[in-house]
Ligand binder design. Structure first.
Ligand code: GAL
Length: 633
């Protein structure tokens, strides 16, 4: 598959006279794709029903005839000001009951029926007009669902929609009362319209209620996206894409992705390091100009799964951003490295954000490929270098990994609702596991929680998985590799209650979690083999062999067969040892990588990336800081 590059462009921000030169310069830099339109609603429809699409016709024509393929975005992330007069109650409401009003973006509630109709209407207008346009080669629905914490809304519209969703799901309030055990604290309901949203309660709401609301909120995003997808599909054969984000978990991306053709995500490695990763100052200092060495790869693998193999970077950081606590410039070479890392993980296309830095408004301090005065910014040269390299680069296909890691959005919601102690964060648990695997030089596939075929893998891990789905249980019973389940896995029903038999209740493993403890951040329990348990520990009764235990004698890693259980949150030292031992048993070769090197194999090649500030060597070859090289396997 031929790899391509692209860029995000806002023709409505610039005088029309410069569009042709911009287009020619994009082509000269080796870019093939240009994404436009996703925030342009106020220019497409300046007042209700007054459609002004001629400028967009011309923009598409200018870009397309220069040789670029257009990704056209639906503009629903930025409803214009008149929309607020038309639908004064369309805004999302935060947990404290405050309206999230006009003046930036994403100011809509997914449940508002009037806004949903507007979203369908503008989508239909664009899809009809451009569905057969030969230059429009892909579509983007909306922009970054969930960005700025916008998935969950406590509006009146959300309450009504939630009540309808519950009525459909439970059919009767008796069934709902039973499922949630509302006898507790006399919370029983006798009609669906009595059921409120789980905010503004005196103390915590029933976790079953809260989790149901999280499932509902995710379903609202899925429904919103599906409406746009169905409309566009009626008018266009071009692939449908949405641009997801890093560490946004409030909606189930697998569910949204099922209605789209390609997954994409917006990768801002340095912004994320500062803004979205728990790490000590030494880590943040070490990677301040490179980004965390595993965070991008994790999302590449996650979105490869969400896109059922097809995925892109829709926005790639080009230089300092404006939104993290501090915003340094990337080390020279990183804008090239990030693109190659994405390709090595199977990305079809990498689009940089944005073409030219805007001299105005909220993002005026955010770099582009060009400066505001149209001169090249540093990333342009690196993009052009990647563009020339992909011409001769190997046609890399995505290799199947030996190791699979299960990722489940509902588990993130459940543990968010009921962390049982600060420090238990689902993403953090899964990401630490991923990092541990990657440091051993492994390639990893991420799988959804209903994965039904594990036969390609030698090692499968399911940290923190709320409950095992039926397909996964069936797949595990047929699996002949090693499955490491836990901690906190299969420990709740889908309604967030404790099941009996008690957890972990895994096939072929006699073990019972009798009780659970969580610890302060400064308290840890040492393991016999070295390292510690942090945050979370389960006391387990078992007759099964124990592979790792606490110094106090309690079991930690239980079982020697196909299915094993991990009864606590391992620190880095213990995790590295356990993973290396399991890989050795499963017949997977691991590596000791020097410095901050990371690797990724494709079907035919091995790619090496240096996230460090020092040169490091791999199999006798020196890799410079921010350097990347590849070799045939
Ligand atoms: C993304 C967003 C873009 C732009 C960018 C800045 O989250 O999709 O529109 O705001 O961040 O880094």
């Amino acid at each position: 598959m031929k790899r391509t590059l692209g860029v995000c462009y806002y023709p409505e921000h610039w005088p029309e006279e410069i569009w042709p030169q911009d287009a020619a310069d994009m082509v000269a830099a080796g870019l093939s794709w240009v994404r436009i339109g996703e925030f342009a609603w106020s220019r497409l429809e300046p007042s209700p029903g007054d459609l002004q699409l001629d400028w967009l016709d011309r923009a598409i024509e200018v870009l397309g005839s220069a040789g670029l393929k257009v990704i056209l975005g639906t503009p629903t992330a930025t409803p214009p000001r008149w929309m607020a007069d038309k639908h004064p109650d369309m805004f999302a409401v935060d947990k404290d009951g405050r309206v999230r009003g006009f003046g930036s973006r994403r100011h809509y509630c997914f449940s508002h029926p009037g806004y949903r109709k507007e979203s369908r209407r503008i989508t239909e207008i664009l899809a009809k007009r451009y569905g057969a346009n030969p230059h429009v080669a892909a579509w983007q629905t909306d922009n970054e669902y969930g960005c700025h914490d916008t998935t969950i809304s406590y509006s009146d519209a959300a309450r009504t929609a939630f009540q309808n969703w519950l009525a459909q799901k439970y059919q009767s309030t008796d069934a709902l009362n039973r499922a949630w055990s509302n006898i507790f604290w006399s919370m029983e309901y006798d009609s669906f319209d009595q059921i409120g949203l789980p905010n503004l309660t005196v103390t915590e709401p029933n976790p079953s209620h809260d989790l149901a609301f999280r499932r509902f909120s995710s379903d609202q995003v899925v429904a919103f996206n599906r409406e746009q997808a169905e409309i566009i599909k009626r008018h266009s054969d071009a692939p449908l894409i949405h641009n997801y984000m890093g560490r946004v978990l409030e909606f189930d991306h697998f569910d949204v992705g099922a209605d789209l053709d390609i997954a994409s995500w917006d990768s801002y490695p340095m912004g994320f390091l500062e803004d979205r990763i728990e790490a000590d100052d030494a880590h943040k200092r070490a990677y301040a100009q490179q980004g965390d060495p595993d965070f991008q790869a994790f999302h590449h693998d996650l979105y490869r799964a969400v896109g059922r193999g097809r995925w892109w970077i829709m926005e790639q950081q080009p230089g300092p951003v404006n939104w993290a606590p501090v915003n340094p410039a990337p080390l020279p070479g990183m804008c090239r490295l990030w693109a190659w890392e994405a390709f090595a993980h199977g990305a079809e296309t990498v689009c940089y954000f944005r073409w030219r830095q805007a001299p105005f408004a909220q993002e005026q301090m955010h770099a582009g490929l060009l400066r505001p005065d149209r001169a090249p910014a540093p990333a342009l040269g690196e993009a052009a270098q990647v563009a020339s390299e992909i011409v001769d680069a190997p046609k890399v296909g995505t290799a199947k990994a030996d190791v699979a890691l299960i990722f489940d959005y509902a588990s993130a919601w459940a543990w968010d609702v009921q962390p049982q102690g600060t420090g238990f964060d689902y993403f953090k648990l899964v990401f630490e596991t991923y990092r541990g695997l990657r440091k051993l030089g492994l390639d990893i596939d991420i799988l959804p929680p209903d994965a039904s075929d594990l036969s390609a893998y030698k090692l499968v891990l399911a940290p923190g998985l709320l409950s095992l789905s039926d397909p996964l249980k069936a797949a595990l019973s047929r699996f002949d590799g090693i499955a490491l389940i836990g901690p906190r896995a299969n420990s709740k029903t889908r309604e967030l209650t404790i099941p009996t038999p008690l957890p972990p209740n895994l096939p072929g493993l006699a073990a019972t979690v009798t009780h659970v403890e969580t610890f302060r951040a400064d308290m840890e329990r040492p393991l016999v083999g070295g390292g510690h348990i942090r945050h979370w520990f389960e006391h387990v009764e078992t007759d099964a062999p124990v592979q790792e235990g606490l110094e106090t004698g309690e079991p930690v890693l239980i079982g020697k067969g196909r299915v094993r259980y991990l009864a606590g949150w391992l620190d880095e030292v213990a995790l590295a040892r356990v993973l290396a031992e399991l890989c050795a048993e499963a017949g997977i070769q691991t590596l000791k990588l020097e410095g901050d090197l990371r690797i990724r194999r494709t079907e035919t090649h091995l790619f090496v990336f240096n996230y460090g500030r020092e040169a490091a060597s791999f199999e006798g070859k020196t890799v410079q800081p921010a350097g990347v090289y590849w070799d045939a396997l």
